[in-house]
Structure formats: structure tokens, C-alpha cells
Design a protein around this ligand. Sequence first.
Ligand code: GLU
Length: 468
Amino acid sequence: MTTRVRFAPSPTGSLHLGSARTALFNWLFARAVGGEFLVRIEDTDAERSRPELVTMVFDTLEWLGLDWDNRGEELRQSERADIYRQAVGRLLEENKAYACDCLRSDVDARNAEANRPPGYDGFCRERDLPVGEDTVVRFATPDTGTVAFDDVIRGTVSFECSNLEDFVIARSDGSVTFLIANAIDDAAMGITHVVRGEDLLNTTPKAVLLRRAMGIEDQPVFAHLPLIVGEGRKKLSKRRDDVAVENYRQAGYLPEAMVNYLALLGWGPNDGIEVRPVGEIIEQFTLEGINPAPAAFDPKKLAHVNAEKVRALSPEEFLDAAEPYLAQGPWNADDFDRDVFLALAGEVQSRVKTLAEVPSMVDFLFLDQPEMDEASVAKALTGNEAAPALLDGAIAAFADIEWTAEALHAATLALGEANGLKLGKAQAPIRVAVTGRTVGPPLFEALALLGRSATIDRLQRARALTGG
Ligand code: GLU
């Protein structure tokens, strides 16, 4: 039997990290065992599901490189209402489900009076109401016993049936709920392994009962992925944390970095080598290797993985990847000089954490005047006693030396010695004067590219800032 897994997003917003991790683990598992990875769109919530959000989900999956095997033929729940309705009809006929017209307030009042915990009390079970506009349909759960299933990550999970209320499977407008559509479709698609977030663990006993009631003999293997927690070990929140994968894409993260990092949220390779090509992750990936403990999302580690992936790009790949960010640089498009950028590209590549940082590493080369970073100015110029002498010295020394990185380096070294300073301290005011920042690509190569007159002009402007 072919191993078959699915990613089943409800398209109610852009794809967030948790969903992307679910998609990835399904994909990794399918690719590792030579199975199929399918996509199903759970768009039964007509009000919140929007077609453009489906496109966005596909687009993000594609960007991540998570190719799916039913491309163009994704099952969409919004097109299957009749199938679900028939299934509900059969359950009603077989007395495995019943119509109910209770108001929540009535249920609450009955429970309070009988001193029972909240939840549906089975009031309509024997009433044999016809299904109508004012009724929902509830599934009759067993009153006693347990329902158990095997979870690859958590072992055997079992629930007391007495804790499972008779849950709603169809609403009064005839539409069905998530639970039954989900169970029907997993069976219809021949899903062998249900790999999804721990937040759905509580719904699994209901799915197991529904499948049995509908005469589906085989149960899939379940694997409930650990929760992803953010700062303070709190569940990732859409408001507090940056959770949209799309935002990371915009911010200059590489898809291979996202995939590599997300793979580490709950799983780790046996050899401990965390940053590696996805092919190696597939080779090592197993569901059994997933840790049930909550996985901590650490944006710093993600940035670190990204920096490593950026460094691993070939020069051509780096240029291609940086291109869209360079196209948005703060300079006039006409002032951008590709050859100048190319001359520094390797240095830039080894210094950025994200592609979005690329323009700010080289903008001073293509702008009339650099954007002066306040903190850098305070540190290296206005708040630096040595700055006036160093700038005066540089203006004088740079006026007639040979304009090469080597000569500029030697002249700055000499200037430092004359002032009792090491090279790093001696070049700091020069760097901020010319680039606007304390960090950036190697200074003397940059000055050589910028040219003598622009360099001296900027040194003079900075000198005016330092006063004295
Ligand atoms: N549609 C559900 C969600 O987006 C996932 C259902 C499942 O994986 O079983 O949360």
C-alpha cells in the first residue's frame, strides 16, 4: 500500500510557521519513504475562506519547494457538500446520529441543575426529532469505555468516552462541521498517515469514532506534532510573534533556510549536523524521531541558519537572490552600477544575515550622500575625541596617494600610528564619514570603488560635523 499523507490547510489567512512546519513534516515523510504528499483545501467555512488565500497557500508551498503530488487536482471541501450530507443522512438512518433543537442556554441550565460538567447532555438522543431548519445533527458517542489510537510520536493515546459529548456533525443550515468532513476525506483520499499539529489531538478520538460508525475499517496512523512555542514558552501567537511565512520571504530569508530551520522544530538529525541540504534531511527524517515536547521558535537561530545558507550560495545564485532587493535600493536606478556591486558581492554575501540587508551594505556607493546612522555618527564622529585629527589626517593623506585599496590601507595604518591608534580605531571615523555606518564591507576596497573625489568630499562633510 502506498504511503499517503496530506496537508489540509483551512485557507483563512496567510500560511503561518506552524502550518508550514506541518506541511514540511508531511512532505519530508512522504519523500523519505517514497510515498505521496497530497494537498486538501478545508474551505468549508465559506465566510472566512477566500480563493486568493488558497492561491497564497499554494504560492508559499511552492516557494518553500514543497511540491505536492495532486497538483491542480487538490481536493476542495467546498465542492463536496453533497457527499458529506449523504454521509450524515446514513448516520441518521442507522441511528448513529440524531437531530437536536436544544439551545445552549437550555443545556447549560440542565447541567447546572444536575450539577454536571459543561457539554451536551444527550437530551435529544431518544426524541427522534425530524431534521429541520432549527435542528443540528449530533453524533451519538458511546457512553462508556475508551477510544484509543496509536500515535507514532506519543504512543497509545486513549480517551474516556464519558468525556466525549455528542458533538455536532451538521449545522442547522445543512452544512457539515470540520470533524466529519475531515474524517470522510481522509478515508476518501486513502490517507495512511495523519500528520498534524498537537492542537488537533483532542479531535482525533471523535474522528476515530466517526470512521468506525461510517464503516471505515482501517484507521490511519496518527502523528501529532509538538506545539511550537515562542518567547517565554508561550504558544506562538499571531499577534505577538511574527508567524507569517510570507513576512520572512519579504524580509530576505531563503526558502532553504526556512525549510532547514522548520525541520528542526521538533526533529533533529542523529548526527547533530543541523544546517544541511534538504536532501540530507529527507534521508534522515523519520516520524519516530520527532520529539513530543514543545519546540521553541527562535528567530535568532533562524537568522543564523539563513546567514549560513546565504554564504553557501554560489556567486551567481547570490546575485540572483539579491537582485529583487537591489531593485528596491534607496538610490536612483540609473546610479546603480552592477560592476561596482559585483566587485564587493562576495564580501557582502559573507556579512549579511538576510538578503534584505544587502542594499544597506552598498547603498553609500550609489547615493550622492550616505544615509548617516545616528548611533554610528555619535560613536565614531561627534562623540569621538580622536575624530577631528583622524579626518584631517585622512583628507591630507588621501589627496594625492595612488587610489588603490592597498595604498589607502597603508595610509590609514600610518595615520593611526601617528595618532597612537590601531587600524580599527583609526578607520572608524573614515568608515562612518563615507558609508554612514560603523559596519559594512571592507573599507579600503569600498573607498577604491567610490573614488577619490567622493571620498574626500564625505570626509570634509564629516569633519564639519565634528567641530573643533
Ligand atoms: N484544516 C485544519 C487546520 O488548518 C487541519 C486539519 C487536519 O490536518 O486534520 O487546522
